[in-house]
Write a protein that binds this ligand. Structure first.
Ligand code: S3P
Length: 389
């Protein structure tokens, strides 16, 4: 949470996104990803799509790819079926554990794991230390269709039918679920769609983590750019293009209720991507949103002209700051709040229902419901009487 002492410098928060986007978009092609902490381990049942999706991740996001079974086969000089046949399953499981233990990645890597990997707790621990674990799911029928002619899966030898697949899947469900950071259903989706879903989920988790991340990640900027393009279109609309404006706002904002009105120009770093509006929210000209994480604005809230609501913040420590790192804190504004012209709301603050924020105030700390608060730093000067029934 933001402290009073931090508050003044946080006014600078708005610089982050726009500065980065100008610089980094131009070097999109040259930049290499190297954040090893975001290696992706794909787990899930045989035929869930791990191999196909890992290839799509490699291609779309220029990741390194490790196909675990292939690596084990290379090391042993035998196929998985031969390993099972000659040495038995426990020996193969030891190979999987040894592989994960010794895994070292220099670059951002996707590791497509064998279906049995999450069954051992120490395997899960090793994966957690080295990256994020994504569980790919598919219906038993889909799995059967994908692998029924494949002879290379000894676990299903002589038992290649939907009933057995469904039973084994159910048996493993809890292990997969406990291991995974999140799950993605692969039924009816292309490998590219699934890869993008995984990537976006990881990016969004960074933005919402409250921890430092690199806002110059090229793929993040590409996505940010989409929001900015919509916002550009919105800001070019004529006053009588009411329908077009409503349609655009629906695409731009994460959530938007009935009868909201946002007077252009709007300036949002993500074009509203993380903004949640209730019903009947009104915002006057030049609303500026540093919307790198969630901004919630409740029903019937009114926002005067030139108001800034900032979520993005940077480390105080100069070394870290020079790396362009960022962290975000959500802003929550309640229902029926009135924010006066030119007010600035800093990262992490909340304003309670029915509160009034005076024009030009700088809100550095939470303002309770029903308060009238003004100034820099914004302080409560009186409490409004609850209305009589
Ligand atoms: C296994 C899955 C296989 C392979 C081995 C055992 C399992 O990998 O590791 O046959 O126990 O589920 P895929 O999930 O890539 O088919």
């Amino acid at each position: 949470m933001v402290t009073g002492a931090d508050a003044q410098w946080l006014v600078l928060a708005g610089c982050a996104g726009s500065f980065c986007i100008t610089i980094y978009i131009t070097i999109l092609q040259e930049r290499e990803r190297n954040m090893t902490e975001k290696n992706i381990f794909l787990i899930g049942f045989m035929g869930a799509g791990k191999t196909t999706v890992s290839l799509a991740l490699k291609k779309m996001y220029r990741m390194e790819l490790i196909e675990m079974d292939q690596e084990i086969e290379k090391r042993e000089g035998k196929t998985i079926s031969e390993i099972f046949k000659i040495y038995g399953e426990p020996y193969f499981r030891e190979l999987e554990t040894g592989f994960l233990k010794g895994l070292h990645t220099e670059k951002l890597t996707v590791i497509s794991c064998g279906g049995g990997v999450p069954l051992r707790e120490n395997n899960v621990k090793a994966m957690r230390e080295k990256g994020k674990i994504v569980w790919l799911c598919a219906a038993p029928g889909t799995v059967y269709d994908r692998i029924r002619t494949d002879q290379g899966r000894p676990i299903l030898t002589g038992k290649m039918d939907i009933k057995h697949i469904a039973e084994l899947m159910e048996e493993r469900r809890e292990k997969y679920s406990q291991a995974a950071d999140f799950l993605v259903n692969t039924d009816g989706k292309t490998a590219e769609e699934i890869a993008e879903e995984i990537w976006v989920t990881l990016e969004e988790a960074d933005l919402k983590s409250g921890k430092l991340y690199d806002p110059g990640d090229p793929y993040m900027l590409q996505r940010q750019q989409k929001g900015l393009m919509l916002q550009y279109e919105y800001n070019q609309t004529r006053p009588d293009e009411t329908k077009k404006r409503q349609e655009l706002l629906k695409k731009m904002f994460q959530e938007i209720g009935e009868d909201c009105y946002v007077e252009p120009p709007l300036h949002a770093n993500w074009g509203g991507r993380h903004v949640h509006l209730g019903n009947r929210v009104y915002a006057n000209f030049n609303l500026t949103l540093v919307d790198d994480t969630d901004i919630y604005i409740g029903d019937s809230t009114m926002i005067g002209p030139n108001v800034t609501i900032a979520c993005g913040s940077h480390p105080l420590e100069p070394g870290l700051r020079s790396k362009g790192l960022q962290l975000n804190h959500p802003v929550r504004i309640g229902k029926n709040v009135w924010i006066g012209a030119g007010a600035i709301l800093l990262p992490g603050v909340s304003v309670g229902d029915n509160a009034v924020i005076g024009a030009g105030s700088v809100v550095t700390k939470d303002i309770p419901a029903g308060a009238v608060a003004v100034g820099n730093p914004c302080r409560v000067i009186r409490m409004l009487e609850p209305e009589k029934e």
